[in-house]
Ligand binder design. Structure first.
Ligand code: DWN
Length: 388
């Protein structure tokens, strides 16, 4: 299928889209789940349609993260905070408010421009060992390196770790957040598997990677965001016992109990998704039969995976609404479903809205009370199909 953020303009609808294999490997040794195909990051990220600051849930998460680190390290105006995959600078804006020096790194030209316009210094490039060296020369070493929803997007994990090792001060911390494989498997989140996400982490393979660069996990936190993520704070390995081992051991026991390192679990997962596909298609077909009008809510990358994999086209969804200006007026990759602003919901009065950005279902349902008051209903496809 086409890359999940490959939105198409009207004048290009007739041009055949580049499609890339989307399939997963499982490493029998360390348990890392990864894609079979690596799409050139410049193709996916040079002009990027996803803007972090579009959801309150994201902003609350960034506020919480930055406050925790500010307290933990007693950041001051000399401290340097670097954010890998800084997008529109939303996270760094919080750190800047605490008086720290900030620097964003993001290959997306359009987003780096937004960040710079809001006063967030941003280097428009990919992060690896060489770019880390350039940053050290230009800005010095970082006290904090953040990497939220970006590590899974990078092919060469060793180049990232070498870069972090190069850039971080001895006492500095490396903070990562990424979707957690345990949640993905347990909650049928198949549509978060797409070309931008090369790796799907559980703790076992992750610990193997960071320990091989002399780092250890000093804080672990499971988060609800994006269908279930894990926030890890890393420091350089210290002599003596790691006091946080208890939590890590507990989470690894959960991973073992869930059979996360067995191929059978993953094959069972894919059969589960086939059932979900039948359930959702059947429900949508019945609604169409009874002349109901259905639209999509949130032109999310995961939504474009779901519509392409489940074969849900404009025969089912009249259009999709999304709050991101970049996406409005375009068509979704593959299925070419038109995307409009959220205001369309009121002008047009559809009967049902399929929430493709299911990870923000609560925020969207809260926001669209009026839609429900006049009889509109929401369909949430993950983890099980249900009508709200
Ligand atoms: O890792 C990634 C995650 C963090 O974000 C990226 N590779 C790409 C992106 O994935 P996604 O597009 O599936 O993410 P979201 O955050 O689930 O996308 C939500 C979409 O819904 C956005 O396009 C904004 C839209 N939205 C909306 O229209 N109205 C969101 C909210 C909360 C709303 O009220």
């Amino acid at each position: 299928m086409p890359v999940p953020n490959g939105f198409v303009s009207y004048d290009k609808l007739k041009i055949p889209e580049q499609k890339f294999e989307l399939a997963c490997f499982f490493c029998d040794d360390c348990g890392l789940v990864q894609l079979t195909k690596v799409v050139n990051p410049i193709v996916m990220f040079r002009n990027y349609a996803y803007v972090s600051g579009m959801a309150n849930v994201m902003m609350n998460n960034f506020s919480n993260l930055s406050y925790g680190i500010y307290k933990m390290l007693k950041l001051n105006k000399k401290s340097l905070v670097v954010d890998i995959g800084s997008n529109d600078g939303s996270l760094l804006a919080f750190f800047k408010n605490y008086g720290a020096r900030v620097l964003g790194i993001d290959p997306a030209l359009n987003l780096a421009k937004i960040a710079q316009m809001r006063g967030i210094p941003t280097e428009c490039m990919l992060f690896n060992f060489n770019s880390a060296r350039k940053i050290v020369k230009k800005y010095g070493r970082a006290d904090v390196i953040c990497a939220t929803n970006v590590i899974a997007h990078i092919d060469n994990l060793h180049a990232v770790m070498k870069g972090v090792d190069q850039l971080l001060t001895t006492a500095g911390v490396f903070v990562t957040e990424f979707p957690y494989l345990l949640d993905l498997i347990e909650k049928n989140e198949f549509d978060t598997i797409y070309h931008e996400h090369l790796s799907y982490f559980s703790l076992k393979p992750w610990i193997k990677l960071i320990e091989s660069y002399g780092f250890e996990i000093i804080s672990v936190e499971r988060l609800l965001i994006h269908g279930g993520s894990i926030r890890l704070i890393h420091g350089r390995k210290k002599l003596g016992k790691n006091t946080h081992l208890k939590t890590l051991e507990y989470l690894i026991s959960l991973e073992l109990r869930a059979g996360l390192y067995s191929k059978k679990t993953l094959l069972d997962f894919s059969s589960q998704i086939e059932i979900l596909k039948l359930d959702l298609r059947k429900m949508l077909a019945n609604l169409k039969k009874s002349k109901k009008r259905i639209i999509g809510y949130g032109a999310a990358a995961k939504g474009n995976v779901l519509t392409n994999y489940f074969g849900i086209s404009t025969k089912i969804l009249d259009y999709i609404v999304d709050s991101t200006p970049y996406k409005q007026g375009l068509f979704t990759p593959g299925m070419h479903i038109p995307v409009y602003g959220e205001g369309r919901l009121f002008e047009d009065k559809p009967d049902y809205a399929l929430i493709l950005a299911w990870n923000f279902a609560d925020e969207i349902i809260e926001k669209q009370k009026a839609f429900r008051r006049r009889g509109g209903k929401f369909i949430i496809p993950i983890p099980k199909v249900r009508i709200v």
